[in-house]
Design a protein around this ligand. Structure first.
Ligand SMILES: Nc1ncnc2c1ncn2[C@@H]1O[C@H](COP(=O)(O)OP(=O)(O)OP(=O)(O)O)[C@@H](O)[C@H]1O
Ligand SMILES: Nc1ncnc2c1ncn2[C@@H]1O[C@H](COP(=O)(O)OP(=O)(O)OP(=O)(O)O)[C@@H](O)[C@H]1O
Ligand SMILES: [Mg+2]
Ligand SMILES: [Mg+2]
Lengths: 269, 269
């Protein structure tokens, strides 16, 4: 059975699709037979990103790695029970279709609490959760004391992952290796950034995840979507019309590489 | 009947709750009888922000404006029809409860496409949509050509607002004044920022919204959540333990003030 990597965080805009695309392409470039499943049947950001890539390659006569993707549509069933059964089936069908020809499957979740996302979490070998460098986002992990910055209690998303881990343990005794990374971190040092680092390290022990090196706030992450490119497709001078700051590009690529290495070490585990 | 302001964008993490809190507190400080409705029954970011504010004021003996908020819980009904009826009722009850004592009601929407959010959009006098300075976010407004940056076709969220406008016109002949602002813009000039500005100005004409001055990427927006404070609660030197860069604080406040003025000009219209 393939290695299943889920990118999850019910908090919207934490960087799931952006991270998913960069890890997906990195793994493909390293020769893995990797495919993707998009569980965001409405916004389909990862699907759109790959569609843009295919169109750009066709236009420009480029041949870049192009992992296949299955987009799981939302159920139209009228009752909750029927919708859940329908979604479980769609998920399993997508997984089985891809498992036949791929050893690694990356699953991008929507930015809200859906049954489909929960079901995917329960199937994860590796769960990757990007989170904004922000106490607003951390509120989904735990209630934090506003004076001492101590962890008062776990919160919604931590509880959801806890549920998924129990579900998984019951199903096949498997474990979920949970990697959490900060995204859109300010490049310069800031007191907020230092505080969030400390809180994340505490939460890692308390909630049970690995706090892995994250990604900085960089305009380049937002520029590449229309052409379906990732940092790993660019040379150091940047294909994208001469990117003005190749130092930033080199640092950005190093950050993605460190994330991918953390993910690969999860596979060995 | 009160002035209804809806903060909406189905794309997660675009800055709805952050903008909602800052506009809400600004209006309260200007003496309006304003209250809030939180339609994000699960994450409740705006509710949490105001809870933190109340707790902080109590701890520190501060007396800051404290607008009331009603959090609309998600329906537990088993069929789609029943859930919709239930949600319409909860929405209307919240609105009527607050309308009795307030002339302005601000409604924060969740970062996903829900019936409750759509119903709220159809009741808006003024709709405020923050969007990340990013082609990933713009994909929800329109398909953009990756070479010419021309608008190819409107997309999901633009269509949703179009539907809400039709619904509103049929219901009472009313119009929705739609304000769209970019959020988390890089402080420095960048080519991506300039391009997005142009695309937004084109979309404004084509889709029918006002492109209003937005908010820059600033760590301070993320630091204030735990104590429930906003930029408007801080003096120029910053209550929050001596904020190191008061220039940035002054500019940040000017940006919020410009947004609030754009919102107030919507009320006159
Ligand atoms: N490291 C980064 N630097 C700069 N911008 C970023 C970075 N990561 C993500 N973004 C931008 O932040 C926004 C949110 O990213 P993305 O869509 O990947 O998040 P998401 O978690 O998949 O969102 P959703 O919950 O809607 O699925 C996008 O506009 C994206 O371009
Ligand atoms: N102008 C800004 N500068 C810096 N950080 C910001 C800014 N605006 C928002 N943020 C941060 O971005 C993240 C998303 O903001 P917010 O929660 O307000 O968005 P949202 O649209 O309400 O999200 P959701 O879709 O989950 O409801 C938060 O971590 C917040 O602190
Ligand atoms: Mg996404
Ligand atoms: Mg919100």
């Amino acid at each position: 059975r393939p290695w299943i990597i889920v990118i999850g965080n019910e908090k919207g805009g934490s960087g799931k699709s952006t991270s998913a695309m960069h890890v997906l392409i990195s793994l493909a470039q390293r020769g893995r037979r990797v495919a993707a499943i998009d569980l965001d049947g409405r916004q389909r950001s990862l699907t759109r990103y790959l569609e843009n890539r295919a169109a750009h390659c066709k236009d420009q006569g480029l041949s870049l790695v192009q992992p296949p993707i299955i987009t799981v549509e939302r159920s139209e069933e009228e009752t909750t029970q029927d919708a859940k059964r329908d979604e479980r089936k769609r998920f399993t069908d997508a997984l089985e279709t891809l498992a036949a020809e791929h050893d690694t499957i990356m699953i991008d979740c929507p930015g809200s609490d859906t049954y489909l996302a929960r079901y995917a979490h329960a199937h994860a070998d590796t769960l990757i959760t990007p989170v904004n460098d922000s106490f607003v986002d951390l509120d989904l992990f735990a209630r934090i004391d506003s004076d001492t910055y101590k962890v008062k209690a776990p919160s919604l998303y931590a509880e959801m992952v806890w549920e998924a881990r129990k579900w998984r343990a019951v199903a096949d005794g498997g474990q979920i290796d949970w990697l959490v990374l900060r995204n859109r971190m300010p490049v310069q040092r800031s007191r907020n950034k230092a505080r969030i680092q400390e809180v994340m390290d505490l939460l890692a022990k308390r909630i049970g995840f690995r706090h892995v090196p994250g990604l900085s706030e960089r305009v380049v992450f937002r520029e590449l979507f229309l052409k379906g490119l990732t940092l790993m497709d660019l040379s150091d001078s940047g294909i994208v019309g001469g990117l003005r700051n190749s130092m930033s590009l080199v640092s950005a690529r190093a950050e993605v590489r460190r994330l991918v290495e953390a993910v690969l070490s999860a596979e060995k585990a």
